[in-house]
Each structure stands twice: as C-alpha cells, then as structure tokens.
Design a binder for this molecule. Structure first.
Ligand SMILES: [Zn+2]
Length: 443
C-alpha cells in the first residue's frame, strides 16, 4: 500500500472545489497520501524529514555521458495503441534531448533559473521494441497493493521485462481510468519506481518485484507526434503532449521526487515538504497542469539562495503543462547521475575484456574474422540465464537477444540476419557471474 503513494504520478482528476469551480488536480494521489499518513505514521515522519543527501552533491565538470539501454514494450489491444515505430523513436529523441539539455524550448526558462538548469548527460539507446497484442485491460485496483503488474507479465497478458538490472524497461499500454465506486475520478498517465531505499525516499518505495522495475506510460502521452489524444478531465481541452510524461517518469526511475516534495493538497498545503534536493525551490503543492509563472506558494517560508523565488513550474518533476516543462536542476542531475552510477549501475555495465576465470561458460565466434554472417557457439558448464549482445567498437548496441535460460551443453546462436559494416565488434554474454566478451572482426 505504501508504495502506491509514491508511484502514482500524473494522476489527473476532476475535483469540485468551492463554488463548483472544476479544475484538474491530483486528488487521487493526495487521497492516498492522507490514507497512508493516517495508517503509517512512520512514513509521515519520513515525509517530514528535510535532509541533504550525499546523493545530491554537485556534479563534477566534464563527466562522461552515461548510456542506458531501453526496451520498449508496446502492449496493445486496440490498433491505435500499437504505436508506430516513428512515435517510439520520437520519444527516445525527446528523452535524449531533455536529459542532455538539448531541448530547444529551454530558452523559455525564466532567466533567474537559467544558471540552475543542468544537463544530466544520460543517453537512451533503443535496444529493442517488443509488441504484444493482448486481450487484457490494465486498470488500477485502488484496494490492491500493486500497480498494473499484469502489463509486466507474459502470462497475465503483458510483456515480461528484460533483465531489469541491465535494461530500462518502458511499458506502453492503455491505462484504464481510475474509478471509485463506479465513478471515474481520474487517469494515471504514467508511473515508475525509484531504486529502493534511496535517502530521499521513504523506505521500500522501490518496485515490489525486480521484474516490475521500470516505467509504465499511457499510450496517448508517448512521443510528441502521437495521433492519439487525451482530454483534461473536467474541461480545459486537450492535454498538450510533448513527450514529457516519460521524461518525468524516468526522472522518478532515477530517484527524483516531485519538486513540491509531495505535500498535501486535500490536507493543508505544506511548504515544509522537501524533495531532498537543495536547488529546487519549495512549493506547497503541485502545479495544476498549467504554466502559471506567477505562482509563489512558499513565499513566506523559503529563501532560495537568498532570494524569494517563484515556483519552478518549468521543472520536469512538477505537474505543470508539458508545454512549459523544460529543465532539470543541477541538483537533480547530480542525484540522477549518482543513482545511475550507484544503485542502477547495472544499466551501465560496459563491455569488458574477456574474463576467462571461474566461468560457467566459454564461447567462440565462428567464423572470426567473418563476412558478417557468424554464429556464437557456447559451451555451458552450469545452467544460467543470460543475454547475448553484439556491440560495435564504441559500445553501441547492434543486437541484443532476449535473456534466455541456457542448460549445460553446447549451444549455437546464428546471426545470419545481422548486417554489420566492416570493422571491429564485440560479442558479449552477460549472466549473474558477469560479462564475457570477445572481439569479432567483420571484413
Ligand atoms: Zn510523478
């Protein structure tokens, strides 16, 4: 139950406040918040902690770019949910731009915040697109303790993750509206789990199962060239979609919390809640899917670097309109990079030199050199589950096979259909013991 609070993000809901003024706010999320606070006082305490985490230290100059392999699972029922490859590639482009501060709309950032914007230097490389046609529907069970585990399971109508320690798995599906007692109250656009037990999160905020780690996104908010649309509940027209929901969710996946620190809205607004990052100004609640740059919800409470600053609605980790989101702060960048080099470092394992010691396998590439049709022949001594990849000399992914169980004995994997330009490559096999790589020359 506790997890629900933190992973429910971008929950649009229609709430009637005061003089029947209807506007989209995140009532569902806050409702969970109140339930959790009442039932789990320790969690409330964790909430109340404002701290400076070692994870949020300033980034160093000249950091190397970090590359993450991404598997996109398109789990579809209606044809419109089976997104075209051009939409998937567009979303990868947006992730790469936004995490490298290459987004052209960064010029819209108010000048007072310009010095605080940072480039995360994280690159996203598409390893594979997996398409699964399903009869399943993916609805959130508000009384349950988990969020849409079905979409992450082959046998439940979804698509099972590739090794979540090595790949960022992104599932794209139709997320059904949230209903309470048969009344539609909102829509989740996406959610993600942070690594477990980060200092800026309450304990046990991570994925309930390693194979549920990753990001889930509603098919209508993936890519900026998506022909599908979604309305803001309660009026306000169509939600502008710029591919920022996945950016926000990947931010969570790398350990970022909401910029307003998840303070209450149903309860009293609260400027004391922190996201654990020093250079994000305090806010007492999330933005309401607008671009209100006049908002300064914690004017009395906080001095931000000696100045009273408005709310940072341009931040990807707020709930402002996607049209005005355009930045991560340096502190957020530092935290994400530290997470990627720490608890999520499995995503970064580079190809390594051949490690022959104590291995449970040996393998050969035949023929080698090759005219680009080659086979990998494995001699397995002990059973394991592993992944076979082909990388170019720069470590770029040429082919990644799905993880598969290997039993003891001899196995042959053909790569006849892989076209490689002449040059040097690496064939890599990963399993629990490590990474085993060999050089392949293509002439
Ligand atoms: Zn969120």
């Amino acid at each position: 139950m506790t997890r629900l609070l933190f992973v429910l993000t971008f929950l649009l809901a229609t709430c009637t406040e005061g003089q029947s003024q209807t506007r989209p706010i995140l009532c569902g999320n806050e409702l969970f918040s109140d339930i959790v606070r009442n039932n789990y006082p320790a969690l409330q305490e964790a909430f109340d902690n404002t701290f400076t985490s070692a994870l949020a230290g300033r980034p160093q100059r000249g950091q190397d770019p970090l590359t993450v392999n991404v598997v996109v699972h398109i789990v579809w029922k209606a044809a419109a949910e089976n997104l075209d490859e051009s939409i998937i590639l567009d979303q990868l482009r947006i992730l790469n731009e936004d995490f490298n501060q290459l987004n052209t709309d960064q010029v819209n950032l108010r000048s007072q915040f310009q010095p605080e914007a940072g480039a995360a230097g994280i690159n996203f490389q598409l390893a594979q697109i997996i398409r699964v046609e399903t009869e399943a529907e993916f609805a959130v069970d508000l009384l349950g303790t988990n969020l849409l585990p079905e979409v992450k399971s082959d046998i439940l109508g979804g698509s099972t993750a590739w090794d979540p320690e090595q790949y960022l798995n992104i599932w794209v599906c139709k997320i059904q509206p949230i209903e309470i007692f048969g009344i539609e109250i909102g829509q989740i656009l996406g959610f993600a789990f942070p690594p477990n037990n980060l200092a800026n999160w309450p304990p046990d905020s991570g994925a309930p199962d390693p194979f549920e780690d990753g990001v889930v996104i509603d098919y209508r908010v993936f890519g900026s060239n998506n022909p599908n649309t979604i309305d803001i509940p309660g009026g306000g027209g169509q939600l502008p979609v710029k591919g920022r929901t996945p950016v926000h969710e990947v931010g969570h996946y790398f350990g970022l919390r909401h910029i307003w620190g998840d303070g209450g809205t149903l309860g009293p607004n609260d400027c004391a809640q922190s996201d654990g990052i020093d250079d994000t100004p305090f806010a007492n609640a999330q933005s309401a899917f607008d671009c209100d740059t006049t908002k300064n919800t914690c004017a009395q409470v906080e001095m931000h670097y000696g100045q009273d600053t408005p709310d940072l609605v341009e931040n990807y980790m707020d709930y402002a309109s996607e049209e005005c989101m355009n930045m991560f702060t340096n502190g957020q960048v530092a935290l994400m990079r530290n997470v990627l080099e720490g608890p999520r470092s499995g995503l970064l394992i580079p190809f390594s030199a051949v490690t022959e010691a104590e291995q449970v396998l040996s393998f050969d590439i035949l023929p080698n050199p090759s005219d680009d049709q080659f086979s990998v022949v494995l001699e397995i001594k002990e059973k394991f589950t592993g992944t076979v990849r082909v990388l170019d000399a720069n470590g770029r992914n040429m082919r990644t096979n799905a993880p598969e169980p290997f039993s003891p004995g001899r196995h042959r994997i053909d790569f006849d259909d892989l076209t490689l330009a002449p040059g040097m490559y690496f064939v890599e096999i990963r399993n629990e013991q490590g990474v085993f790589a060999k050089k392949l020359i293509v002439y």
